[in-house]
Ligand binder design. Structure first.
Ligand SMILES: O=C(O)CCC(=O)C(=O)O
Length: 395
């Protein structure tokens, strides 16, 4: 594996877990003091507040203390300025701050990061432990939709059954994306929403895939006690640093893993319910589509009706189950007639199957009680592509 995609934080910021092993308590106090009263805020909120400043004010905030310097240099803040100021393109200069200075201010000034070793922040660490040169980090569907692209390709013939099409483009949940990301970007472990299967074709670049069957929790992944959230390393590169070697040393575990590198023109099939993680090894462009076919329809309907297992995301309106069933009944009644009443492997049995403990233990096979809970809030984790632009096609 290319180690260049494993770089640490450019400003020396550390993940919060490192606080537990830090002996220099005085330095920690100083870092807290550097934030002043802002130390009371969750770091995500602090970043959100900073994102409302203009570039000049943000640059002033960065002068006030080393801690605020680290926060005011969060790459996403400067990326947003660049994208707003340069709608027609820009030259990336190794960091978003320098890209801004170069492209917007026209100044050829090198940005040399000040080290902030006593700043402990998962929010900062997560956005930048992918290589400093990451051009972007974005979540699914936040960027402009691209209607023109919908005409330019169609699914591989093997995957052309798409039963959710009965809902029509406006009602169905988002289902196809263009993914663009630099080396080191990717998507951490998740199971696709609504018990959909997916295919993913690389157009440019290379993607490393790791897949695990539904009943095997990948190493470094745990389910929160309420069953709603997937707990894991903050980003894909952090997962690789911690667990990739460990996976290969554990033959019991690695025998369950499917690992492959996908190159231009190649397609990966992700069966419904399977855990998967993706690391872009190069600048990568890919298209992907999630679908329900007759093969996963029973399990998908089970999931939509029960919302269990809850860590598997539900996407779409709360009454999707009724809408989907009704539309199928009206447009393709024979499919429902042929569809077994329940999935062969019920999702309930998957839920009750032994899974590793909730404490992020990578041990497979130890039992944990995952009593079904239906009252999880709707803010549970969604798959988080990191450093990857992803565009939803118009619906
Ligand atoms: O290509 C990627 O980065 C990941 C895609 C993926 O996992 C998904 O669409 O569910």
């Amino acid at each position: 594996m290319d180690n260049s995609v494993m770089a640490g934080h450019p400003y020396g910021v550390q993940p919060e877990g490192n606080l537990l092993t830090t002996i220099d308590r005085k330095a920690i106090g100083q870092a807290q003091a550097g934030l002043g009263l802002l130390a009371l805020l969750p770091h995500e909120l602090l970043l959100d507040i900073l994102s409302r400043l203009d570039p000049r004010s943000l640059a002033c905030v960065a002068q006030t203390s080393r801690s605020l310097y680290a926060f005011a240099h969060a790459p996403d803040l400067w990326k947003a300025f660049v994208i707003r100021a340069c709608p027609h393109g820009f030259q990336f200069r190794g960091s978003w701050k320098e890209t801004y200075t170069h492209n917007v201010l026209g100044l050829a000034i090198r940005h040399i990061p000040l080290l902030c070793p006593h700043v402990y922040s998962d929010a900062l660490y997560a956005t930048a432990s992918a290589p400093f040169s990451s051009p972007c980090k974005s979540t699914f569907n936040t960027l402009a939709k691209l209607p023109a692209l919908t005409e330019s390709w169609s699914p591989p013939t093997l995957f052309d059954q798409d039963l959710m099409a009965v809902l029509g483009e406006t009602l169905r949940p988002d289902y196809r994306w263009l993914l663009v990301g630099p080396p080191g970007s990717g998507t951490n472990f998740h199971v696709d929403p609504n018990y959909t299967a997916a295919w993913n074709t690389v157009v440019i670049g290379r993607k490393l895939w790791l897949l695990f069957p539904p009943d095997i929790l990948p190493p470094g992944v745990a389910i929160s006690e309420d069953g709603c959230r997937v707990l894991q390393a903050d980003n894909v590169t952090a997962w690789f640093e911690e667990y990739y070697e460990q996976l290969h040393e554990d033959s019991d575990l690695s025998m369950h893993a499917v690992e492959t590198i996908c190159q231009p023109g190649e397609t990966v099939f992700i069966p419904a319910g399977w855990w998967h993680l993706v690391l872009n090894l190069e600048v990568t462009v890919a298209v992907t589509q999630n679908y329900v076919s007759e093969a996963n329809l029973p399990a998908s309907l089970d999931f939509l009706a029960s919302g269990i297992p809850a860590y598997m995301n539900h996407a779409g309106p709360p009454d999707l189950h009724t809408r989907f069933r009704t539309a199928l009944q009206q447009q393709q009644p024979h499919i429902l007639t042929q569809c077994p009443k329940r999935a062969k492997t019920s999702l309930w049995s998957q839920w009750n199957a032994p899974l590793p403990n909730v404490n992020n233990s990578p041990e497979i096979g130890s039992t944990a009680s995952h009593a079904p809970q239906k009252d999880c809030d709707s803010t549970k984790d969604t798959p988080t592509p990191q450093g990857t632009f992803s565009f939803s096609f118009a619906s």
